[in-house]
Design a protein around this ligand. Structure first.
Ligand code: PEP
Ligand code: MN
Length: 353
């Protein structure tokens, strides 16, 4: 008798479980629809006031036996699950998000053979700043010996202090172009403002957006309108999500040729300028199909650890690295402590081989 009563009650519980399951998924579908409407309206799907209202309504209608606290805890869990679903769906929709395990963006330069993101490990190098024709020519000659195609030539320097060296400006870009042409290289240079795009197009092959401009959405949108590849650096205090949304600004504006470059993150450590974030390299490679390059100069701030930094970047799955080199680093106009001498640069290249 009691055995059959037990079976009957259990069958009722099973039935209710299935009803709750049905209702939970029905609820998720409706919440998802709300998310789409909110996205069209340009508002965030997390609305704390709405959540408070729903909890209040449940409390008012709770007839027990569960306490209000228990009911609220259970429903908060349901709300959280819906939010997580929404966030996952929203992320999956962004263009820079990897959709399949083998999806990758390969940047191909005008010669048709120079690439970044094709599975090989690329090196971008040159001095922190353009200082003279002789300096750039010396550096490029050393790079040519190693078959390097991407020449860093910065003519505008976003310095911390306005009294520090600010760069040669357009005169510097002319030098970079001349030297790059001599050695058959591509000029990579940092752009500070969207008003410079036209002028840069005369000299520069790869436009670089520095850490300080990562969230300059007007610049990013303008760079989305050109065809040249863009190297985008993570901001001074940006999360990986913010970094990828910055890349999304460029890609969604029409330019798919984006390379991510990481300078590490600011931490409490003082013996390195920043902290090289190996996890970020792995996560960016996993979450996005864009090539990832590691700035081993600004993440270290010193030249004596370049070899292990370079090896670590490669081992973490990066598509390449960027390192600053100078014919005579101690007298460099900027970043004198971290630029490699030309023999040190050759040691790094040997270590990577
Ligand atoms: C640079 O790479 O030239 C530079 C200025 O670095 P960051 O934007 O990381 O400060
Ligand atoms: Mn520098």
């Amino acid at each position: 008798m009691s055995q059959s009563r037990l079976q009957e009650l259990r069958a009722q519980v099973d039935g209710i479980n299935l009803q709750i399951l049905e209702l939970l998924n029905q609820r998720a579908n409706i919440v998802s629809e709300i998310g789409q409407v909110q996205q069209q309206m340009g508002v965030s799907f997390y609305d704390p006031q709405r959540e408070a209202f729903m909890l209040n309504m449940l409390e008012q209608n709770n007839k027990g036996p569960f306490s209000n606290e228990t009911i609220k805890a259970l429903f908060r869990e349901i709300f959280r699950a819906s939010m997580a679903l929404e966030e996952k769906e929203a992320r999956a929709k962004i263009l820079v998000q990897r959709k399949t395990p083998d999806q990758r963006t390969v940047i191909t330069m005008p010669d048709g053979v120079t690439q970044i993101g094709n599975g090989a490990f690329s090196v971008i190098t040159g001095s922190c700043a353009i200082e003279s024709y002789e300096q750039m020519d010396t550096v490029a000659a050393a790079m040519a010996q190693r078959g390097i195609k991407f020449m860093r030539g910065m003519a505008y320097k976003p310095r911390t202090s306005p009294y520090d060296y600010q760069g040669m400006g357009e005169e510097g870009l002319k030098i970079a172009r001349q030297v790059a042409n001599k050695y058959g290289m591509y000029v990579v240079s940092e752009i500070m403002d969207k008003s410079q795009i036209e002028m840069f197009s005369d000299y520069v092959d790869v436009f670089w957006v520095g850490a300080r401009n990562m969230q300059n959405s007007f610049l990013l949108k303008a760079l989305g309108k050109i065809r040249q590849p863009i190297i985008l650096k993570n901001g001074l205090a940006s999360t990986l999500e913010e970094f990828l949304y910055a890349a999304e600004y460029i890609v969604s504006s029409g330019n798919p040729n984006v390379i991510l470059i990481t300078r590490g993150i600011r931490t409490y450590e003082k013996w390195t300028r920043n902290t090289l974030d190996l996890g970020a390299i792995a996560v960016l490679k996993l979450e996005s199909h864009l090539p990832v390059v590691v700035d081993i100069s600004h993440s270290a701030g010193r030249r004596d650890i370049a070899i292990p930094m370079a090896k670590a970047a490669k081992a973490a799955g990066a598509d390449g690295l960027m390192v600053e080199i100078h014919p005579n680093p101690p007298v460099a106009m900027s970043d004198a402590k971290q630029q490699l001498t030309l023999p040190q640069f050759n040691e790094v290249m040997d270590a990577l081989a």
